[in-house]
Write a new protein. Structure first.
Ligand code: CO
Length: 260
């Protein structure tokens, strides 16, 4: 086995060359500063890389990843990243993104215990045990795991919203949106799970997380949204609505669809 990783250095040179060919100023811009609008809190899973799944270049998203995208409010690593992103970079959006089939979430519901990882996953394990009857009622083990992956996102957005860093930002009027998303490794599509939070009041108005276990939300992907819009446009073509001209319509931006 090779002791060095020359092939990775070679790939790096090829990447930098290609990047410069397609955009000669790219690295000059990168050297000046980073001004990302987004902070991504995701899983360490090698298949869920923020820039790739968002289609963003380097410099466009600030990233923190750990096993199962857990927000521990005593985690100095996460809190340092969060503070820097909120107070210095002044990101406008923080995305907690889980993924279906997460190995970390899967570990949280096994009986195996004793590794450092199990300490890390403790909040999720305790939540699963508390609601075990609800999860066990889901017969398909894949669906059961994926349901917990979804709830984990909900839980971590709430934990993020409870940190003094976020509370203080909202308190001083900073525009800051928290999002809960989930990614499917088998189709490459992101889905919006919520909650979407922009203030302490919105956070405090949420129903309890114990209630969320009983009321699954339908994750929304852009594909689904686009399909609904396309269907509405089609229905409009077939059955024109009196008084609604999509070309000049301010409510649907010329996209068609039923007038609200
Ligand atoms: Co994972």
């Amino acid at each position: 086995m090779s002791r060095t990783l020359d092939h990775l250095f070679d790939r790096n040179v090829a990447w930098a060359d290609a990047k410069t060919r397609e955009d000669p100023d790219f690295f000059r811009r990168m050297a000046e500063q980073q001004a990302p609008h987004y902070l991504w809190v995701g899983c360490s899973d090698s298949r869920v890389t923020a820039n790739d799944v968002l289609g963003l270049d380097p410099g466009e998203v600030f990233v923190h990843r750990n096993i199962a995208n857990i927000v521990h409010t005593s985690d100095l690593n996460l809190l340092s990243v969060l503070e820097y992103a909120v107070e210095h970079l002044e990101v406008q959006h923080i995305i907690v993104c889980g993924h279906y089939g997460c190995g970390g979430v899967s570990r949280a519901i096994t009986e195996r215990r004793g590794a450092m990882l199990d300490h890390w996953l403790q909040p999720l394990t305790m939540f699963y045990r508390k609601h075990r009857a609800v999860f066990d009622a889901i017969e398909d083990p894949v669906r059961r795991l994926n349901r917990l992956c979804e709830i984990n996102v909900e839980m971590q957005v709430r934990r993020l919203a409870a940190t003094p860093i976020i509370e203080n930002a909202w308190g001083r009027g900073q525009s800051l949106n928290l999002h809960g998303w989930i990614y499917a490794v088998d189709d490459g599509i992101l889905r919006d799970l919520g909650p979407h939070l922009t203030s302490v009041a919105e956070r405090d108005a949420l129903s309890s997380i114990d209630q969320c276990v009983l009321d699954p939300v339908e994750p929304q992907s852009a594909k689904r949204r686009q399909a609904i819009a396309a269907f509405s446009a089609l229905a409009l073509e077939e059955e024109p609505q009196p008084g609604h001209d999509p070309a000049g319509c301010v409510c649907c931006n010329g996209q068609g669809g039923p007038k609200p």
